[in-house]
Design a protein around this ligand. Structure first.
Ligand SMILES: Cc1cc2nc3c(=O)[nH]c(=O)nc-3n(C[C@H](O)[C@H](O)[C@H](O)COP(=O)(O)O)c2cc1C
Ligand SMILES: [Fe+2]
Ligand SMILES: [Fe+2]
Length: 401
């Protein structure tokens, strides 16, 4: 975006698009970029809500000054979340607007001080406190662990705008517009899933608490203004319902097959498994090569799929490393309510690949689908029939659930 965009009465989007960072949090590829959405409410008092990553400060200040003109200053900077993709600009904001008061809760202050040292002016707010800007008044609601302990949201009673920070956010820069009605929302759906599954998903129980809290507050929400991705004014319920679906671990009638194979023999099991799933009436089946698929996409796909079948060859006494890595990441995400099946191969150490996959399937509190299929070096016709059977059983389990 080339500059500020008015989104409601006296309210502007003043964020920036980042199309240069390769990896978000140094981990997750940003093939479509990401936006850091910041907002300004310019009433009798001027507040900015959330900031941007420090590197983007020059464009950010240009945006702010475009609205402020030469005579006005920023009175408040509301920090809903201290992660540096939003708070990185706090230091320079304090230098640019020396009288600015930074607003947050007790944990916000603690974290900001840890990162940036003492702040000259800080206003501590508690759950339910209201900040009076004139016609516009901001109410604060704490939503801890979505996805840091200090996280909160700000709600403007006048415009009915909910400034939700990472909650309701998405990967993907804003391509030409900021609103849901200006963008191809369907094209952001995968990126919203990928953002949720990889950044927020581990804290789904806290997301549910936050959603229930917002509901209990009976807020009339006309615009959802997250800190990444589209702003929802046409259909705010679209993103609230979508987040609830993901937080509840609600899945589609779909199966993900992730395989690891160096010379293509074990990969044939993955093909047979997928055909088995298909034969059981499930057309939404995805076969992904763990070696060439981006991990964040595998985690995203798993969030949507009710069934997972792992297919891995043995490697140095264990399972293929990319399968191991995927299992480790998934275990840390607290994904629940899935069906899981396992297939593996070996050439000299029977059980080497199966053991870690079995441990994953049993530890993860998922429902295991039989049979386990383990083959010697290269699957024969009988092995492929077994793999097909595993796929068909998976289709049956997933369809009944
Ligand atoms: C680097 C390397 C390490 C391997 N380590 C083991 C192992 O520890 N135990 C085993 O039974 N097979 C091992 N294998 C054999 C593979 O598990 C597998 O049988 C072989 O790669 C053929 O399957 P693929 O075509 O799916 O790669 C290894 C193969 C390679 C290339
Ligand atoms: Fe964050
Ligand atoms: Fe963020």
């Amino acid at each position: 975006m080339k500059g500020p965009v008015q989104i409601a009465d006296k309210t502007w989007w003043v964020g920036v698009n980042d199309r240069t960072t390769d990896l978000f949090e140094a981990l997750w590829p940003l093939n479509r970029g990401i936006s850091y959405n910041s907002y300004m409410v310019a009433d009798e008092k001027v507040a900015v809500i959330d900031g941007v990553k420090a590197d983007f400060y020059p464009q950010y200040v240009e945006n702010l000054k475009a609205i402020l003109g030469p005579d006005r200053t920023v009175d408040y900077m509301i920090v809903n979340h201290v992660e540096p993709d939003h708070s990185g600009a706090v230091e320079v904001m304090v230098q640019a607007f020396p009288d600015i008061t930074v607003v947050g809760n007790d944990k916000t202050l603690k974290f900001l001080t840890q990162f940036y040292g003492p702040l000259p002016n800080f206003l501590e707010v508690k759950d339910g406190d209201v900040l009076d800007l004139g016609d516009h008044k901001l109410t604060f609601a704490l939503i801890p662990m979505v996805h840091w302990p200090e996280t909160m949201v700000s709600y403007d009673t006048s415009t009915k705008a909910l400034f939700s920070c990472d909650a309701f956010g998405s990967f993907g820069a804003l391509d030409g517009g900021v609103f849901d009605d200006q963008l191809e929302l369907d094209s952001y759906r995968d990126e919203t899933y990928r953002y949720y599954a990889n950044i927020v998903g581990k804290y789904s129980s806290f997301v549910m608490k936050a959603l229930n809290k917002i509901r209990d507050m009976k807020l009339d929400i006309a615009i959802v203004c997250p800190s990444h991705g589209p702003v929802y004014r046409k259909d705010p319920d679209y993103i609230i319902d979508f987040y609830e679906k993901m937080a509840r671990n609600e899945t589609d009638r779909a199966v993900l097959v992730v395989y690891g194979s160096m010379y293509g023999n074990t990969a044939r099991l993955a093909e047979a498994v997928a055909e088995g799933v298909h034969s059981g009436g499930i057309t939404d089946v995805m076969v992904k090569n763990s070696a060439t698929s981006d991990l964040s996409e595998l985690v995203r796909d798993l969030w949507r799929c009710r069934g997972l079948i792992l297919v891995g060859c043995s490697y140095n006494g264990g399972v293929f490393p990319k399968i191991k890595h995927f299992m480790d990441i998934v275990e840390g995400k607290k994904v629940s309510g899935r069906f899981v099946g396992i297939c593996g191969s070996y050439t000299w150490s029977k059980g080497a690949a199966m053991k870690p996959m079995r441990a994953f399937a049993e530890q993860s509190c998922w429902t295991k689908v039989e049979p386990e299929v383990e083959v010697l070096s290269r699957p024969d016709r009988k092995d492929l029939e077994e793999a097909h059977k595993l796929g068909a059983n998976m289709a049956e389990a997933v369809s009944k659930a």
